[in-house]
Design a binder for this molecule. Structure first.
Ligand code: BEZ
Ligand code: FE
Length: 296
């Protein structure tokens, strides 16, 4: 957008204010806090000056943030959703989980992890009755040298076929989630559900923002993992089925190509890896997990 240039006198007024605010942090004794505040102020003022923010727009922004605050509680965190939909969460993850050799890439955590997911044995079913097509998930957990990691804790969680997580029905419900431990040879396997797309919670100000800018709230279909083992960097990630039309348009920018996996569709009655009898169709996927060393 082309705008009339601001006069030199006006430039001086605006620049003087930025420097006055920056100087207000001079006495801050915490160097990191000072760095964060100074940089934040410089970027914030650069934005306000760049777009020539109107007082009305400033008021709308304050109102938006106020509504985000009002809808936020112990369960609903609208500010994280805002961070997610602006790509700020994903960028922070990128910076703090630097690419390392062949280590599996990280992606967004999301709001639906719970600490007390049930334990399942290797080959167990984490669906716990949640509706959806059964999916056999298997793979290995290794370090970047290919050494198997035994006893790695693998947390998995996902939405059911109606696009809802257990806790969205009832805070105490536990289904379509669980944890298991890798075997002595690093292998793991479990039954879950074939992932399907679902919207992020869009009944609040973030949903209104997405609608106003013509963006979909849908997330690409995915299955969440959090994998930890002593001496390695804890990995928070998902896998995404190949061919999902939402794919690159994931509302929180979480999809990375290395995390797209082939979920092979199986006909009704096809024999299963563990002899389980499945009435309808089912799918299977392989996900080999490579953990980076701590501090990588
Ligand atoms: C999710 O994966 O469920 C999710 C991630 C970010 C925002 C909302 C939902
Ligand atoms: Fe999710």
């Amino acid at each position: 957008m082309t705008r009339p240039a601001t006069s030199p006198e006006q430039e001086v007024v605006e620049a003087r204010l930025v420097e006055a605010v920056v100087a207000s942090f001079d006495a801050c004794s915490d160097p990191r806090l000072k760095e964060l505040m100074v940089s934040l102020v410089r970027h914030l003022h650069a934005f306000i000056r760049d777009v020539r923010l109107t007082e009305e727009e400033w008021g709308e922004a304050i109102e938006f943030l106020t509504r985000a605050g009002h809808i936020t509680d112990d369960v609903r965190q609208e500010f994280i959703l805002l961070s997610d939909t602006l790509g700020a969460s994903m960028q922070t993850i990128n910076i703090n989980n630097a690419a390392y050799e062949n280590a599996t890439e990280a992606t967004v955590f999301g709001p639906f992890f719970v600490e007390d997911a049930p334990h399942v044995e290797l080959g167990g079913d984490v669906a716990f009755g949640a509706p959806g097509e059964p999916c056999w998930v298997e793979g290995t957990v290794t370090d970047t040298q290919g050494n198997p990691l035994a006893g790695a804790r693998i947390e998995v969680w996902e939405a059911d076929e109606d696009g809802l997580y257990d806790v969205q029905y009832d805070a105490g419900k536990r289904s379509a989630r669980g944890h298991l431990f890798s075997a002595a040879d690093g292998s793991y396997r479990f039954w879950g559900l074939t992932p399907t797309p679902y919207p992020i919670p869009d009944d609040g100000p973030v949903g209104q923002m997405l609608a106003a800018v013509g963006r979909s709230p849908l997330r690409a279909s995915h299955l969440h993992f959090m994998v930890s083992h002593p001496g390695t960097r804890t990995l928070v990630t998902h896998i995404f089925p190949e061919g999902d039309p939402i794919g690159e348009r994931d509302s929180v920018f979480g999809l990375k190509q290395s995390l797209v996996k082939r979920f092979e569709q199986q006909a009704a009655g096809a024999p299963t890896p563990d002899g389980r009898v499945v009435e309808g169709t089912w799918s299977r996927v392989r996900f080999d997990i490579v953990l980076a060393p701590v501090g990588a």
